[in-house]
Write a protein that binds this ligand. Structure first.
Ligand code: ZN
Length: 383
């Protein structure tokens, strides 16, 4: 990964380049920010830049032996740590899952956590970083590097370190070996051990602009201009989300039609039709159903904003907006929170593998109840 391949984050990249060029690289660096904005890409580009034998124009050369190893994820002085599950392993460490990890880095470089869970086949278990990983890191850190000036440890989601693992890691971050650099990539640094947090030099990465997202989708993923623009518009600054939308273009249309149908039928209280829809959605399978529920939640939120007469800050495609012109009055301060909570609760139930048909039918009936609720009149004045 070269700096030039990264969408956005120009200021961060420029600061990182200066740090490396000046030879004053901190022993622990933390990249923070929401999921899907390319923090891992920045971390990988930084590691490659540090190791590159022939830096040119403020970037890695991309062709020296070290760069080629970085490209193939096999530079012996780069070590990745990430959350995993136990399965049948007694004392699992990241390298037990290295093949899946390489697949993730090459195919899903914006690192959507749900994709990682899918690759791990985690089911209901929450991946974490076990204490064995910290022991493994300490062991590797104490050895001299194989070929490069620095050994680089990239830790994805350090907020998932088990407490004993975090405490072990803290020791080696507090008293690092001269030639060791830790790069932490966090989606939620408020959950990091404060003593680790305070030892790092922190870079807060911001959500990407619509332009950055749209041009990346067009140039790198060869997505058509219209789809790239609508995906970027509704992705809330996350390339991970934009990619998921752009990769399933038919899904966006399908979800939009389904959402409209549900809202119409819910308002008209057509229970038999709602039952049929709940069966249809349940048959989507877990991952797709979760994407659909997340779509519904976004539409509820956007329609509420639209109803507040703030169409300029809504994030909708033109088709969605056309529907909202008529539908948005039905989403107001009296039901927006309840609707959003019910949809989130349904998502949580689906994540826990509850029966999809039952969860979805319950949800449909609750939506009916809430969407038919008239807009409250705070002054009690009637016309
Ligand atoms: Zn190079």
């Amino acid at each position: 990964m070269k700096f030039s391949e990264i969408a956005g984050h120009k200021d961060t990249i420029s600061a990182l380049r200066d740090i490396v060029d000046s030879g004053r690289i901190p022993h622990a660096i933390l990249f923070s920010g929401i999921s899907g904005i390319g923090k891992m890409r920045v971390a990988r580009a930084l590691a490659q830049y540090i190791h590159c034998h022939n830096r040119i124009n403020g970037d890695a050369c991309g062709v020296c032996p070290s760069c080629l190893q970085h490209k193939n994820f096999n530079n012996p002085d780069v070590h990745f740590s990430f959350p995993i599950i136990k399965k049948d392993l007694k004392n699992p460490i990241s390298s037990d899952y290295i093949d899946k990890w390489k697949e993730m880095l090459s195919d899903w470089s914006y690192m959507p956590p749900e994709k990682w869970n899918e690759l791990l086949q985690a089911g209901n278990s929450q991946p974490v970083i076990y204490v064995g990983e910290s022991e493994d890191i300490i062991g590797k850190a104490s050895l001299s590097s194989y070929q490069e000036n620095y050994k680089i440890f990239i830790i994805w989601l350090p907020e998932k370190l088990r407490p004993e693992a975090a405490n072990k890691l803290l020791k080696v971050i507090e008293e690092p070996f001269e030639d060791t650099i830790f790069i932490l990539v966090s989606n939620d640094d408020s959950k990091l051990l404060p003593t680790i947090f305070s030892r790092t030099q922190r870079f807060n990465l911001h959500p990407l602009s619509e332009n950055d997202i749209a041009s990346y989708l067009q140039q790198t993923l060869h997505v058509g201009a219209d789809l790239a623009a609508s995906s970027a518009r509704i992705a809330e600054g996350s390339m991970g989300k934009a990619e998921a939308i752009a990769c399933h273009p038919d899904e966006l249309l399908e979800f939009s039609d389904l959402f409209k149908e549900i809202m119409r039928m819910a308002y008209a209280l057509k229970a038999d039709r709602l039952k049929a829809i709940s069966e249809l959605t349940a048959s989507m399978g877990r991952e797709k159903l979760l994407r659909f529920l997340s779509y519904c939640n976004r539409m509820i939120r956007e329609n509420f904003i639209y109803n507040l007469r703030l169409p300029q800050v809504t994030l909708m495609t033109p088709e969605e907006e056309a529907f909202s012109m008529r539908f948005s009055p039905f989403i107001h301060e009296g039901n927006v929170e309840a609707l959003s909570n019910e949809i989130s609760r349904a998502s949580a139930d689906i994540e826990r593998n509850a029966n999809g048909k039952i969860v979805m039918f319950d949800l449909m009936l609750l939506i009916s109840q809430w969407v038919r609720m008239p807009k409250p009149n705070p002054l009690g004045l009637n016309g």
